[in-house]
Design a protein around this ligand. Structure first.
Ligand code: NAP
Length: 455
């Protein structure tokens, strides 16, 4: 019997998705004591998933982790196949004929819905669309946000994505000009009429999902002041117990920052970031496009640490021109892989996909859309440990031959982008950025990326 993971027959692993969890899975495989050959598949010609298309353009330090991924990609047993869509260019079943193991690291690609009337009105957008747009993601370049005609914006949800959206709307063009924001987005933001940004949470300051550094940044912007009402900062007994609880340091820091915001006199800057708590959207109103959002006041009930929002029936109509829904992401199903419909993940036990053979999962599509970039490292280590545990039970794939896979993709007219190709695109973006004082000027269309490669 073939010994998978030996020198003569390395374990052949396909990783679907090239974001942080995918790269950490490759890293854990290379650090293990078995021989592995890894092919990373990516739908776009560019790697790094949300690190490139999600992390805010003005958070460059966070993006520098890509250097570690570059190092992983230099492993001689690593190959990158960009511009290949699994489930479209090649099925999961076909992929399994070429690889012993498939690890899905394809993230949570869509948004949770609010499920309220008016959600689909023009002017009501998901945060994902806006984030993809300003980050130069090719899928979102045709989106338009009518920023020029917008004065008041409501952002629903108080996670770090909502904070990113708030900050990008609140910053001046100068503040953004040294980021790697897509130039087309920067040009539109320069015309923005936005003056008031409402950051709306259904629970209180103690329960807010954002983290300290992110909320703190809203207090030091050049031309925007944060506004928090004293009333929202009055903590209930359950809140105080919750706040004092073990492991709640994040909430304590958040509350201290929010209290400091509430103590400010309002400020004189031209934009206001109004942080609202205890309000849920009940409907978005407008004839042809968004004109207002109806918010219901909530009260919290339940044990400290598990408090839930419950509507009081007390509503307020807030006139707004734009709504961004930022209430979390959700994974998408993929043909040939079991899917947990209500959780939006691939059901798994420590990364081993339940009800499937030799399919594994890591990252947001494994655990749901939570945690920071580093969280994926531990998550991917866990999945790789599971694979190693299963190793002796694995059946070798039928065609452990890269060239046959390449022929199959070529026969389907798939233009595969290698890591060397990506490095050419990368170099072009960096040199374009240098000309305008940005870390990079992203290429935002796939055609243009190919044009760079063809030159
Ligand atoms: P998130 O942290 O899960 O926040 C989702 C927000 O939406 C919460 O405030 C949640 O409120 C609210 N929400 C959910 N359903 C709602 C509903 N039906 N009505 C009203 N509000 C609702 O999600 P995220 O902001 O998309 O971030 C995803 C992950 O990426 C997080 O782990 C985040 O920290 C991370 N991230 C990190 C950074 C960074 O480190 N700078 C940047 C971006 C994202 P409840 O709390 O009441 O459920």
């Amino acid at each position: 019997m073939t010994t998978l993971g030996s020198e003569t027959r390395p374990l052949r692993v396909a990783i679907v998705g090239s974001g942080p969890s995918g790269f950490y899975a490759a890293e854990a495989l290379f650090k293990s004591d078995i021989n592995t050959s890894v092919t990373m598949f990516e739908r776009l010609p560019t790697p790094f998933g949300l690190l490139r298309g999600g992390v805010a353009p003005d958070h460059q330090r966070m993006k520098s982790v890509s250097k570690a991924y570059d190092r992983i990609a230099t492993n001689p047993n690593f190959s990158f196949k960009g511009n290949v869509t699994i489930g479209q260019d090649i099925t999961v079943e076909e992929l399994q004929t070429f690889y012993d193991v498939v690890i899905f690291a394809c993230g949570a690609e869509t948004d949770k819905k609010l499920g309220i009337p008016g959600e689909a009105l023009p002017g009501s957008h998901t945060a994902t669309e806006f984030v993809g747009w300003y980050n130069g993601h090719p899928d979102y370049q045709s989106r338009a946000f009518a920023l020029k005609d917008a004065k008041r914006v409501a952002i629903i949800g108080q996670g770090n994505v909502a904070i990113d959206v708030t900050r990008i709307l609140a910053k001046t063009t100068e503040e953004l000009s040294t980021s790697d924001i897509a130039q087309s987005a920067l040009d539109e933001l320069a015309q923005s009429g936005v003056e008031e940004i409402y950051l709306i949470g259904r629970r209180g300051p103690v329960q807010a999902a954002f983290t300290e550094l992110e909320i703190k940044e809203l207090g030091v912007l050049e031309d925007a002041d944060p506004v928090v009402s004293e009333k929202d900062m009055a903590l209930s007994e359950a809140d105080s117990t919750e706040l004092d609880g073990e492991g709640n340091g994040k909430a304590r820091k958040n509350v201290a920052i929010l209290k400091e915001f509430a103590d400010r006199s309002g400020g004189t800057k031209s934009k206001k970031i109004v942080v609202r708590f205890f309000q849920s959207p009940v409907r978005i109103e407008g004839t042809d496009r968004v004109e207002s959002i109806v918010l219901e006041r909530n009260e919290l009930s339940g044990e400290p640490g598990k408090q839930k929002a419950k509507g009081t029936g007390d509503t307020e109509t807030l006139p707004v021109d734009l709504v961004f829904r930022s209430v979390g992401y959700r994974g998408l199903p993929l043909e040939g892989v079991p899917f947990h419909e209500s959780w939006g993940v691939f059901p798994n036990d420590l990364g081993r996909i339940e009800g499937a053979n030799q399919l594994y999962v890591t990252g947001w599509i494994k655990r749901g859309p939570s945690g920071v970039i580093g969280t994926n490292r531990g998550d991917s280590k866990e999945t790789v440990a599971t694979i190693l545990e299963d190793l002796i039970t694995l059946t070798p794939c039928n065609t452990p031959d890269q060239s046959e896979l390449d022929q199959l993709l070529a026969s389907r007219d798939v233009r595969v982008v290698t890591f060397a190709d990506w490095q050419k695109i990368d170099a072009k973006e960096i040199s374009r950025g240098e000309e305008v004082g940005k870390p990079r000027e992203k290429i935002t269309s796939i055609e243009e990326m190919f044009a760079v490669l063809d030159n």
